[in-house]
Design a protein around this ligand. Structure first.
Ligand code: URP
Ligand code: ZN
Ligand code: ZN
Length: 458
């Protein structure tokens, strides 16, 4: 099957021009001006539209067992919703069970994903119990195409590892050329503050925020960077939210260390005043919590300074009835919010349309950098001959309004209800097939493929 995209404004991380793209089979076959249409080719006139690489969201949690429940999007609903919003590949987190093996966790996650995903997906491996047996499995996971290893410096008793395990994991991953990522917040300090607030009867969602002050993230980000510097491993901080944490990354540059940074769309756009809404604040209970306006300014600047390379979502939706598990106690609210569908449109509208970032920066932080950092480039993350034809055709002028009534995520509320955006995804191609055509899904369950990843090339 061939498709010719004509006269689009084709934007990559390093180019921006009006041209045509010929797609043959699953890949891009030609790029140029005035490309002739081979016989039988479907022609899509992209005049006035932008054509960009499919989005890559390297931080999602689908059907994740967490806080006594499961995140509400399955591989099917989550990857389909992602496609609707122009994200063609997601990277989910496998969670090792403490006391069990990485292999067992991989089998469990493959069981949920295989044959169910609509869009392409890959896995990070969260190491929650680093011991001599786990150590032996690191190389094996890399051979499976799982080259990034997630650590939690919080959620003690469930996911958190201590600094001794962190050093050991980093040394092993470094040996095999992988990447270590971190949820960098100080778990012990957070648990103490949670206990203090609960003991004082302070139980509303606001106290979720007040139990995770900026210092808890700044301290852990610094510690993670320091241990990474000592071991020499490639390091990446997930969902970085605030000035104090980014300053630790800036500090690391002074010794010529590069710590890679992901922020998430919500930390650029939403702030902690939402927690003052006692009835609905649970919608935005996530970890780390939303921060302040000064932190948003730091993150936008960080994108343009190249200190923040990736904008993900940490998509981890829960239905309202699941959120109500914590109606009498903030510490029982399942952490996370729905976002995978709207990352591109939110960042385009608030970032590109409002002049905060250029279209090329948009492509860099929503797709290209993640492809490079997580070992999928140039198959994914760019528009070049031979690359997978994962393409988003976006109408930059079209206005629309976000609502739970129209979104495709399996979540009965939207964290951005009523937001009016400029710029809408029109058509999405995944490996050469039209996956979304003006709001309609054209591929189904099982079309999504597992993407084996290589090593960081950033
Ligand atoms: O609130 C969040 N972030 N939920 C998902 C787990 C995590 O920490 O990423
Ligand atoms: Zn996290
Ligand atoms: Zn997460």
């Amino acid at each position: 099957m061939s498709i010719l995209l004509k006269n689009g404004r084709v934007v990559t991380a390093d180019s921006d021009s009006i041209c045509d793209i010929l797609v043959e089979g699953e890949a891009i076959a030609a790029i140029g001006r005035g490309l002739p249409a081979p016989e039988g080719v479907a022609v899509n006139d992209c005049t006035g539209k932008m054509v960009m690489p499919g989005g890559i969201d390297p931080h999602v949690h689908l059907e994740m067992p967490f806080m006594g429940t499961f995140s509400s999007d399955t591989y099917e609903t989550g990857t389909r919703a992602a496609l609707h919003g122009g994200t063609t590949t997601v990277i989910d987190f496998i969670l090792q069970k403490q006391g069990s093996s990485l292999r067992a966790a991989l089998d469990e996650w493959q069981g949920r994903a295989t044959g169910n995903a609509v869009g392409d997906y890959s896995f990070h491996m969260a190491v929650t119990d680093f011991n001599p047996n786990t150590q032996l499995e690191i190389e094996e996971m890399i051979a499976e195409g799982i080259t990034s290893f997630k650590t939690f410096m919080a959620y003690k008793g469930a996911l958190m590892i201590d600094d001794a395990q962190m050093v050991g994991l980093m040394q092993e991953v470094k040996k095999h050329g992988g990447l270590v990522t971190a949820h960098a917040t100080n778990g012990d300090m957070i648990d103490t503050l949670i206990a203090q607030h609960r003991a004082a009867g302070k139980l509303s969602p606001l106290y979720h925020y007040l139990s995770q002050p900026e210092v808890t993230e700044a301290e852990a980000s610094g510690r993670f960077s320091d241990i990474a510097n000592y071991t020499g491993v490639n390091a990446y901080i997930v969902h970085l939210t605030c000035q104090g944490a980014l300053n630790q990354v800036r500090r690391a540059t002074e010794r010529n260390q590069r710590v890679l940074v992901e922020t998430c769309i919500q930390y650029l756009l939403l702030d902690a005043s939402l927690y003052e809404n006692e009835a609905e604040g649970a919608k935005w209970v996530m970890s780390p919590p939303l921060r302040q306006k000064k932190d948003q300014a730091t993150l936008w600047a960080g994108l343009n300074q190249g200190l923040v390379q990736v904008v993900g979502t940490d998509h981890c939706p829960f239905l309202w009835e699941q959120k109500l598990l914590g109606k009498d106690d903030f510490s029982k609210i399942p952490n996370g919010h729905p976002a995978v569908e709207h990352r591109l449109e939110l960042l385009f509208s608030e970032g590109v349309s409002k002049g905060r970032i250029t279209p090329q920066k948009f492509v860099e932080v929503t797709s290209t950098n993640a492809a490079k950092i997580f070992g999928m480039f140039p198959r994914k993350g760019t528009i070049s001959i031979g690359a997978d034809a994962d393409l988003v055709i976006l109408d930059p002028e079209k206005k629309h309004t976000i609502s739970a009534a129209t979104h495709h995520m399996n979540c009965d509320y939207s964290a951005y209800e009523g937001w009016e955006l400029t710029g809408k995804v029109d058509t999405v191609l995944l490996r050469g097939k039209v996956a979304i055509d003006r709001g309609e899904a054209k591929v189904g369950r099982g079309y999504g493929q597992f993407i084996r990843r290589g090593k960081t090339a950033f």
